[in-house]
Ligand binder design. Structure first.
Ligand SMILES: O=C(O)CCC(=O)C(=O)O
Ligand SMILES: [Fe+2]
Length: 373
């Protein structure tokens, strides 16, 4: 074979292999692999250190617990203090007694499981490389850019305005997906709105006498919402890869549901610690936009997902951000001589451009917004 034909043949084989990975990890697992392909193997320095059960020294983390019912009652000011402390020290907390019925939670998790069990051809109808498509099935973190793929498939549903036009774009199978996801997203949005009010209050930006910030609250409440169903199939070599690489979330707040299988780790005091699932609770975390708005007081913390060799895992993230065209900037009320402005003004569109233009690097977006004082 002449050298040019040789190169062409090699390119064709490469394309074929790439195409195989673009179909996602569930599809890959269905072929019965016992070793993970090279495309998923992280360099040694980025691999997770998985501790064997019998060694029992895996470090887990009991995140601060915020009781939502207490927050709405006479102990509000005390709970607001705990909320502020959790956002400053961990960037994460677990929310209990939040009022969303366990049936609603179980329904969205079940529907997620059923969706990822559908034949590949059915799920593939919703594949798109357009980052702004209202419905998008995909794999890895950013499959157009990732050098090493991660062990995750996802379904992203934009919930911006839940009109019947939007719902008709969502997957029609499983039959109850649209109902479960729209019901769940409405309830998650309502909870987010109450929570973000509490967050503004905990920053000293809202109180009954001074309602100057109602404009801020309105913008925070009206923002965009994206529902992400994550599926992490069991993996034959979990210590060589990750379900999600270290990243921070871009928005204001993320409300995350995880099933009973653990996997989420957060970086705390330089260590990766596993978040113990609490049934029917939410893991809530501060996103980049809130770190910027709070001028660095509340932290958008790196987190990642481990996979395991025996169980698949499902999680559902509801990501809440400011409206698409809003400016994101440190609140002028949180800036003074002793607290100078730490971040450049930015907007959501700039962030999305940044995300689609570069391979994912942990925290790089937030780093790029920092002012050097
Ligand atoms: O699956 C998880 O536990 C975390 C998911 C996550 O970090 C995300 O969707 O941004
Ligand atoms: Fe995340």
């Amino acid at each position: 074979m002449c050298p040019t034909m040789n190169i062409l043949a090699t390119e064709k084989i490469k394309e074929k292999i790439e195409c195989r990975y673009q179909k996602g990890v569930r599809h890959l697992c269905e072929s019965g692999i016992t070793k993970i392909p090279r495309k998923y193997i992280l360099p040694i320095s980025d691999r997770p250190l998985i501790v064997k059960k019998e060694e029992k020294i895996e470090e887990s983390l009991n995140l601060p617990i915020i009781d939502f019912a207490q927050l709405q009652g006479p102990n509000r000011s005390q709970v607001l203090k705990s909320l502020a402390k959790a956002c400053e020290e961990y960037g994460f907390f677990q929310l209990v007694n939040h009022g969303i019925h366990s049936d609603t939670i179980q329904h969205i998790i079940e529907v997620g499981k059923k969706f990822f069990e559908l034949p590949f051809e059915e799920r593939a109808k919703y594949m798109s490389i357009d980052m702004q498509a209202p419905v998008r099935v995909g794999t890895s973190f950013n499959q157009n850019k990732d050098g090493v793929f991660c062990w995750r498939d996802f379904l992203k549903l934009s919930c911006h305005s839940l009109s019947s036009d939007l719902l008709s774009l969502w997957p029609s199978s499983p039959v109850d997906l649209r109902e479960a996801a729209s019901n769940y997203s409405k309830q998650a949005k309502f909870l987010y709105q109450l929570l973000v009010g509490a967050i503004l209050e905990s920053l000293g930006l809202l109180n009954n006498e001074n309602n100057n910030d109602s404009q801020n609250l309105q913008e925070f409440e009206d923002g965009s919402q994206l529902l992400v169903l994550n599926c992490y199939p069991s993996c034959p070599e979990p210590d060589l890869t990750l379900g999600m690489p270290p990243h921070s979330d871009y928005g204001l707040l993320t409300l995350l549901l995880q099933d009973e299988v653990k996997g989420l780790q957060i970086q705390h005091q330089g260590k990766w610690l596993t978040v113990e699932p609490i049934p029917n609770s939410f893991v809530v975390n501060v996103g980049d936009h809130l770190e910027i708005f709070s001028n660095g007081r509340y932290k958008s913390v790196l987190h990642r997902v481990l996979v395991n060799s025996s169980k698949s895992r499902i999680s559902v993230a509801s990501l809440h951000s400011l409206p698409y065209n809003s400016k994101i900037q440190p609140s002028p009320k949180l800036i003074n001589e002793s607290n100078p402005k730490l971040y450049k003004d930015t907007d959501f569109a700039t962030f999305l451009e940044y995300l689609s233009s570069c391979e994912h690097k942990s925290k790089s977006f937030l780093e790029s917004r920092k002012l050097v004082n």
